[in-house]
Design a protein around this ligand. Structure first.
Ligand SMILES: Nc1ncnc2c1ncn2[C@@H]1O[C@H](COP(=O)(O)OP(=O)(O)OP(=O)(O)O)[C@@H](O)[C@H]1O
Ligand SMILES: [Mg+2]
Length: 160
């Protein structure tokens, strides 16, 4: 597990951008954290790292937005999902197990359809003098993601 604190939206964007620049086809990122913690901000950074310049807005009602950069980006926000089966109606498998990068806000909602391997990122607000501090925990699940995390630490000099 890699733990990083950010102190501004800009910091979180930068973190996302770094991960996005290292993303590969088929990468899945599950983003946990309460309302307003910065999941969409992090996704915006990921998009920038994939070379996507258009505005990244929350797919609150449509549940998914797609973008094309160096790789396709599939941005899910399934807060409003009623049950896991609805993921089938969205055709989720083609996204998750395709050649793009999949990011999911509120992955708790997909229940048993949660993939077996993914990069888990959870964001928490930290009571601070201001309101901008966030504790971000990156937890790889599965071999490919564990290897990614190891390489990333070396590349970045982040301490785990
Ligand atoms: N360190 C930080 N990192 C990210 N966002 C921050 C930070 N400090 C303050 N913010 C602010 O917190 C808000 C995060 O909003 P964002 O839409 O990304 O949350 P979210 O987790 O996607 O929420 P939701 O569950 O409603 O989709 C933004 O207004 C952003 O400016
Ligand atoms: Mg959001």
């Amino acid at each position: 597990m890699i733990e990083i604190n950010t102190y501004s939206e800009k910091d979180t964007l930068k973190l996302g951008k770094e991960i996005g620049s290292l993303a590969w086809p088929g990468m899945i990122i599950l983003l946990e954290g309460d309302l307003g913690t910065g999941k969409t901000v992090l996704t915006r950074g990921l998009a920038r790292g994939l070379g996507i310049e258009e505005p990244i807005t929350s797919p609150t009602y449509t549940l998914i937005h797609q973008y094309q950069g160096r790789l396709p980006l599939y941005h899910f926000d399934i807060y409003r999902l009623n049950d896991a089966e609805e993921m089938y109606d969205l055709g989720y498998e083609e996204f998750f197990y395709g050649q793009g990068v999949t990011v999911v806000e509120w992955p708790e909602r997909m229940g048993y359809l949660r993939p077996n391997e993914y990069l888990g990122i959870s964001i928490e607000k930290v009571p601070d003098n201001g309101v901008d501090k966030r504790n971000i925990r990156v937890a790889p699940v599965g071999r490919v993601y564990e290897d990614f995390a190891k390489e990333w630490i070396k590349y970045d000099g982040i301490s785990s």
